[in-house]
Design a protein around this ligand. Structure first.
Ligand code: FE2
Ligand code: FE2
Length: 232
């Protein structure tokens, strides 16, 4: 059920059955890393943490996954821009898009997110998170971030969500970065995925070592060691 009400950030982005989080969230390293990253790139980390907090109450693994994808996507976006010598990927879009890419899962019942047997009904319910996430973010006025959210499953073998042909090259480039990070985080943290725990750990360590000295990669690595289950 949707309940329209004013949100402290001045919009009604997260106007739904869940309001701002009242639960204290215990993943301090991830959160402080997101804050530090926000300061570094001049983005509003307070807005980000406030708006993602309801996910923590709904499904804690999704909350951690969202923060990790935010860190990964912003880090990869900065790296891609430096390698390509261009600003073809937008850091602020990657920062917010990474954190909000699964915000539509607020509209998916937790029983479905946690279902062991995934049938057609559950799959259809989970797929809705792209359109509801797009709507939430677009209604708040963050149109380009909404496009990133709407696109984050558009680059799979079985794509769904927005059609990339209708989006600008920067939005598409940033959405691809978010999609890669989303997939990588899920693949290396999901306990029900195709890889054994040692393979997942090895992949995480290998990638994190490729980006030495990066605070956000350290926080990501620390968080993935808890072995939380994430749903891409
Ligand atoms: Fe995801
Ligand atoms: Fe998703």
């Amino acid at each position: 059920m949707w309940v329209v009400r004013a949100h402290p950030n001045g919009c009604w982005l997260w106007a739904c059955t869940w309001g701002p989080s009242s639960q204290s969230i215990l993943c301090v390293e991830l959160e402080s890393s997101v804050e530090a990253l926000g300061r570094r790139i001049g983005a509003d980390a307070c807005l980000l943490l406030r708006t993602v907090a309801p996910l923590g109450e709904h499904n804690f693994e999704m909350y951690e996954h969202s923060l990790r994808v935010c860190l990964l996507a912003t880090s990869l976006a900065a790296h891609a821009n430096s390698v390509l010598g261009d600003r073809c990927i937008d850091l602020h879009l990657a920062f917010l898009g990474g954190a909000w890419h699964d915000i539509g899962k607020l509209d998916v019942p937790n029983s479905v997110l946690r279902a062991k047997d995934f049938g057609t009904k559950e799959r259809r319910a989970v797929r809705r998170h792209v359109s509801t996430g797009f709507a939430r973010v677009a209604l708040a006025g963050y149109y380009h971030v909404a496009e990133v959210v709407g696109l984050h499953h558009a680059f799979q073998a079985d794509p769904y969500g927005l059609d990339p042909r209708f989006c600008s090259p920067v939005v598409v480039g940033t959405a691809k970065v978010v999609a890669v990070c989303d997939f990588f985080d899920a693949l290396t943290t999901r306990t029900d995925g195709p890889f054994a725990p040692e393979e997942r750990a090895r992949s995480r360590e290998t990638v994190a070592r490729s980006f030495p000295g990066s605070e956000q990669w350290a926080a990501w690595l620390a968080s993935t060691r808890t072995g939380g289950r994430a749903v891409a």
